[in-house]
Design a protein around this ligand. Structure first.
Ligand code: GLY
Ligand code: MN
Ligand code: MN
Length: 440
């Protein structure tokens, strides 16, 4: 790791240590996920753990204990083991981790149970994110229970277990220059892949052939792989939000919705484009495409400091509902339609999410039941409105049926947007979305 990158990780830990005060925080590496029998999925580090260490191995735990006399940051790692390394890969080991990871102490993971109590003893609370690793959740709770018992005898010890996201998420939410560099790289590779896919798509090809080209480009350019299962959805498959089968043969006149992005050094891109594979929109496809594009542009314009997280969704919904009323897809009072979410059979998801180490990145969207988080420079969000009219779409009782000629059309346009001091920057601008760029 470069010195500047090591300094960045050290700074992240320092920021969190300062927030922790008299508490102890525990972060564990991701567990291995089983594919089947003796086969595991590729290891993917836990995002919190990676954010604070840059350490890419399983079987590891980071403890931050600012109140401890000697060690404020302690990394537990797997010890070297040549036999195990022959089977499942190299380990950094305790000595090398000491040299490379700038923590106060590195210990072998098999000493965790023995050593952890010393870092909990004087803490007044434990910060931990209960995760999918049930075994490790149990470990933390067991240590907490023991440490609480100490409170009765000694008057000190953690009485509360709190969500570490309360302290960490606001740090992860604002991207550093280093993080933005990684995200820009993931986005550049993903954008190239989308452009390739647009050039290649034509009637007769199977969706998986397009998926293969996209994912080939990801790996060829050094990305870790797809950030999430690629969606290559032609025809009415585009009306299924999480369509991943990608096994249909594309037909003349289809729209193709591609939602695909890659992951570079754990930072993700998330891009969707929808375009006519024959180079020409039908009348219905064009009208709906233009409406989604208008909604997306209205939403992007609302992404700026001074606005809150809800405002850009509201802008998209406002535009879409105007269009739906004009097309006769909805009837009634516009304000009531929006308040009662009567448009949700046509647009059933929100307009986007934070993007970063997780595709749906951490960070609360609301401070409390009423107040939404304000946009702030350094946040990255997706802007991804859509319209989905599946065949035989069920509509609410008091709303009009959608004529058949509109059915089977699914459209989403998704950009990744950086909030800047003055407004925003569309990071994914190199993937075309204007009508004139998509028709030929
Ligand atoms: N591709 C995942 C999402 O758009 O949220
Ligand atoms: Mn997406
Ligand atoms: Mn998304």
């Amino acid at each position: 790791m470069k010195t500047s990158v090591r300094a960045e990780y050290a700074q992240r830990r320092a920021q969190l240590l300062e927030k922790l005060g008299s508490s102890t925080a525990i972060f564990n590496s991701a567990p291995h996920a089983v594919m089947h029998s003796d086969v595991e999925y590729n290891f993917r580090q836990n995002s919190d753990f990676y954010y604070l260490t840059g350490f890419n191995e399983p079987g590891s735990v980071l403890v931050l204990a600012p109140h401890h006399e000697e060690h404020k940051s302690i990394l537990f790692v797997r010890p070297k083991d040549s036999k195990a390394e022959t089977w499942s890969g190299r380990r950094t080991g305790v000595d090398q981790a000491k040299e490379l990871y700038d923590v106060d102490e590195v210990l072998p993971i098999n000493e965790l149970n023995e050593k952890l109590p010393a870092y909990l003893k004087k803490a007044d609370r434990i910060y931990y994110r209960l995760g999918h690793d049930e075994a490790f959740n149990g470990t933390v709770i067991r240590h907490w229970r023991k440490a609480m018992a100490g409170h009765q005898k000694h008057g000190i010890g953690p009485m509360a277990l709190e969500h570490s996201g309360q302290l960490l998420d606001s740090l992860r939410l604002i991207k550093s220059d280093y993080e933005l560099e990684k995200m820009r790289r993931a986005i550049a590779i993903s954008a190239e892949a989308h452009n390739l896919a647009m050039d290649l798509a034509k009637p007769g090809l199977y969706e998986y052939e397009i998926q293969a080209e996209i994912e080939h480009h990801f790996r060829k350019q050094g990305a870790m792989g797809p950030a999430y299962p690629s969606i290559v959805a032609s025809g009415d498959n585009a009306c299924i939000l999480h369509y991943v089968e990608n096994d249909r043969q594309m037909q003349e006149g289809d729209l193709l919705l591609i939602d695909a992005g890659c992951c570079v050094d754990y930072y993700n891109a998330d891009i969707t484009r929808t375009f006519p594979i024959s180079g020409k929109f039908s009348e219905e496809q064009r009208i709906l495409y233009e409406l989604v594009l208008e909604a997306q542009k209205a939403a992007i314009a609302a992404v700026k400091p001074g606005n809150n997280f809800s405002s850009y969704h509201d802008a998209a919904v406002n535009t879409l509902v105007d269009g739906f009323l004009e097309l006769g897809f909805l009837k009634g009072d516009k304000a009531d339609i929006i308040k009662d979410e009567k448009y949700k059979h046509l647009y059933m998801h929100r307009t986007g999410h934070w993007l970063g180490l997780d595709v749906h990145d951490v960070g609360s969207y609301k401070h409390n039941a009423e107040d939404w988080r304000q946009f702030q420079a350094g946040q990255v969000i997706t802007v991804e409105p859509g319209i989905y009219i599946g065949p035989g779409l069920a509509v609410p009782e008091d709303q009009p049926a959608i004529p058949e000629r509109w059915q089977g059309i699914g459209i989403r346009i998704e950009d990744d947007v950086l909030v800047t001091a003055k407004g925003n920057e569309v990071l994914t601008a190199s993937v075309p979305k204007e009508l004139s760029d998509l028709e030929h």
